[in-house]
Ligand binder design. Structure first.
Ligand SMILES: C[S@@+](CC[C@H](N)C(=O)[O-])C[C@H]1O[C@@H](n2cnc3c(N)ncnc32)[C@H](O)[C@@H]1O
Length: 433
């Protein structure tokens, strides 16, 4: 990338980091930004700089905190994050990085008045880098690239295991597929992969893990609906709910439809899939089409039952509730940075509201499966304990399960240590009085 372009790349990264501060995922922020960029070299540079920025967010936040008397405005922080990450990645190119960051600052109206400040912080970082990098290297939150509050919560809820889990989240996530039981089975599919020269192992009743991840378009049978992408831990949710032929089932927070389609593959059920986001609702339609399955799909707020419910109670409800996604940070290193600590209690209130609204929609001999891809107790264990206290008529027939990412789930399936996402699963039923 020529230095002439670097300021432009920084300006794009500034917008992307700002979108992340507003709660967008890195992928979404990038997709939105790159819509207007045609030059493939510039696109690749924006992508690379944005990923580097996310990989060093903990370090750059500490550097900014160290040098600034008070938190800078969002756009200034976003530009500093980008430039500091580049200085960490390319310590031999400080001069160009600082020069181009200041040029970018002057070009953007919201950072223009702070161009001098940005210049001063970056130059000081360049001068004091060696001692600062040593100090940063001693900080756990920098080592794991997470905000301090995220690290404290991990430690509070997991104790010593927190470091093992966070260590694991630094490693590459495996790609696990869920085989479509209507078309094949796990062993037959592994044999097919072997013929195509792809090494894989069985990791669950319907789960097959690829030794090397592949883009979905290169996965044999993906386009034809033979398999879907779904983590081995997450597949256990549907298997615990265990849908049966003829049942009326609700998937309350359904997009992109991984669990809806898994249920439809396992039994002839009458499924309603509800999803609040219009664009994500489209993804459910696409997945149903790819897999050749049918469901009633409603774009609605599951908690607003008058907008979607036909007043027939359900044999089974799957509530894969919105959450902080603290269990899947390995796949998405930007997740801890999309949240502020307050989100944990905010999410937990939404989960409670969904549980309270949907529980009365379950038939007296039916069941509700609550799950979240989070390892924070407020969204899992504590959420269900408080639900059971409010509802003496409800009980969990099997103990709720927190699948920790470092817990080996391989069991009967494989000799390979099975690394998976963090997941919480609770099955709830009515007591028979
Ligand atoms: C964890 S994801 C679900 C993943 C899905 N079960 C799967 O396996 O593919 C949670 C989904 O709930 C949706 N959501 C959040 N609040 C909702 C609400 N009040 N009603 C319906 N959907 C909601 C989110 O947009 C998101 O798509």
């Amino acid at each position: 990338m020529s230095s002439a372009n670097l300021a432009t790349v920084f300006l794009h990264s500034l917008d992307i980091q700002q979108a992340m501060m507003e709660g967008h995922s890195l992928d979404h922020a990038l997709e939105r930004d790159l819509k207007n960029v045609e030059d493939p070299v510039l696109r690749a540079a924006i992508q690379a700089v944005s990923y580097d920025t996310v990989r060093h967010l903990a370090a750059s936040w500490k550097v900014i905190e160290h040098f600034a008397n008070r938190p800078p405005a969002q756009p200034v922080t976003a530009l500093l994050e980008t430039a500091i990450a580049r200085m960490i990645e390319h310590p031999d190119k400080d001069f160009v990085t600082v020069d181009q960051a200041v040029k970018a600052a002057r070009e953007n109206p919201s950072t223009r008045p702070s161009a001098g400040f940005i210049n001063a912080i970056l130059r000081r970082f360049g001068r004091e880098r060696d001692s600062l990098m040593e100090w940063l290297g001693e900080q756990e939150s920098v080592r794991f690239n997470i905000p301090d509050w995220w690290y404290s919560r991990y430690k509070k809820s997991m104790g010593k295991a927190a470091k093992d889990v966070l260590e694991l989240q630094q490693s590459k996530a495996p790609l696990t597929l869920c085989v479509n039981a209507r078309k094949t089975n796990a062993d037959a599919y592994i044999a097919e992969l072997k013929k195509a020269g792809i090494e894989a192992y069985r990791s669950g009743m319907y789960a097959v893990t690829l030794k090397e991840a592949l883009p979905v378009r290169e996965i044999p049978g993906f386009a034809e609906g033979v398999v879907s992408v779904q983590d081995a831990g997450s597949q256990l949710a549907v298997q615990t709910l265990d849908p049966k032929d003829g049942e009326i089932v609700l998937d309350a927070c359904a997009a992109p439809g991984g669990k809806s389609t898994h249920m439809l593959e396992l039994a002839d059920i009458e499924l309603t899939a509800v999803e609040i986001s219009p664009s994500r609702t489209e993804a459910i339609h696409e997945n149903l089409k790819r897999l050749g399955l049918e469901a009633t799909v409603r774009n609605a707020d599951a908690a607003d039952i008058h907008s979607w419910w036909d007043r027939r109670k359900f044999d089974a409800i799957l509530l894969d509730a919105p959450c902080t996604a603290s269990g899947v940070a390995r796949r998405h290193p930007d997740i801890p940075w999309q949240h502020v600590e307050h989100d944990v209690s905010r999410m937990s209130r939404t989960q409670k509201q969904l549980l309270e609204t949907l529980w009365p929609l379950v038939k007296k001999d039916g069941r509700l499966l609550y799950c979240v891809c989070s390892v924070f107790p407020e969204e899992g264990k504590l959420q269900i304990e408080s639900f059971l206290r409010r509802h003496p008529e409800a009980y969990c027939p099997v103990p709720p399960r927190l699948l920790m990412p470092h817990e080996d789930l391989s069991g009967d399936w494989t000799e390979e240590p099975l690394v998976h996402d963090g997941y919480f699963i609770a099955l709830i039923k009515y007591r028979n009085n």
